[in-house]
Design a protein. Structure first.
Length: 264
């Protein structure tokens, strides 16, 4: 739902004092408010917490924050903020590596923010447990894409059929879930993902296929050679070659004039 400019300004003003480890900057926060305001959000989620939680609480009917404080104040300070609509937020505290896999989502998400632990493979793990629940048109936000582990996820999402990149603001990327079918979370199908069909990988795949084809041809030739060897051994074993040799010797001796020069 639309957010009043005064509320957005107040949240941006309070952001710096919420989290000792840092939170979204003023410009990404304003962009987040803009994207959230464009949607009717019944259910949203984020990993991490901070000023973004205040924004979500003011535009989402029900928001889940998967977070851990770790002494940075990201939970305590947000909970104490007068800008927080407390009855709109569900707190799931603890490492997201443990809390997300065990949480059972009951409804589709209209918005999600990934801003939890940044070490590999934790951003990918968070994405795995959230993407399955994003409805068509949902907002997916990835923060800190300047970090290589998160930039890998950013590069993947740019190529994936399920998302379209709306914009990048500073180091925060905003995506919209398309109407493409959800990629099966318990299958494989890596060859169907556009990220795996980049020119370099496509060339590698072609070379691999060519090598496999050559190996099949080689195997066929070896089998043919083995067959010919068997045939020759059979002929040799039958002594038929002796009669054939005698035939050529007699022909050359008895019919030399009828054979063109240089031929048999």
């Amino acid at each position: 739902m639309p957010l009043a400019a005064a509320i957005v300004d107040a949240i941006i003003g309070a952001a710096e004092g919420l989290h000792k480890c840092g939170t979204l900057g003023p410009i990404p926060l304003a962009a987040l408010a803009k994207h959230l305001s464009r949607r009717q959000i019944s259910f949203s989620a984020e990993t991490g917490s901070g000023a973004s939680t205040l924004l979500f609480s003011n535009c989402s009917d029900r928001h889940i924050a998967f977070t851990v404080d770790s002494g940075g104040g990201s939970v305590v300070n947000v909970k104490a903020s007068p800008l927080l609509r407390r009855d709109h937020v569900i707190w799931i505290e603890g490492p997201t590596q443990l809390t997300l896999p065990t949480y059972r989502f009951q409804d589709k998400l209209q918005a999600a923010l990934i801003d939890g632990p940044h070490a590999y493979p934790f951003p990918d793990l968070e994405y795995y447990y959230l993407y399955q629940h994003l409805e068509t048109g949902a907002l997916l936000v990835i923060d800190d894409i300047q970090i290589p582990t998160i930039h890998n996820l950013f590069d993947f999402l740019k190529d994936d059929q399920m998302f379209v990149l709306d914009e990048v603001v500073d180091t925060t990327a905003f995506f919209t879930r398309t109407d493409a079918p959800m990629f099966c979370p318990i299958g494989d199908g890596w060859w169907d993902q556009r990220y795996n069909t980049t020119p370099q990988l496509s060339t590698l795949a072609q070379m691999t296929a060519k090598t496999a084809s050559l190996n099949r041809e080689r195997k066929g030739l070896l089998e043919e050679i083995d067959t010919l060897k068997g045939t020759l051994n059979a002929i040799y074993g039958s002594h038929g070659w002796k009669a054939l040799s005698l035939y050529y010797r007699l022909r050359d001796r008895l019919l030399p004039a009828r054979c063109p020069k240089g031929t048999r």
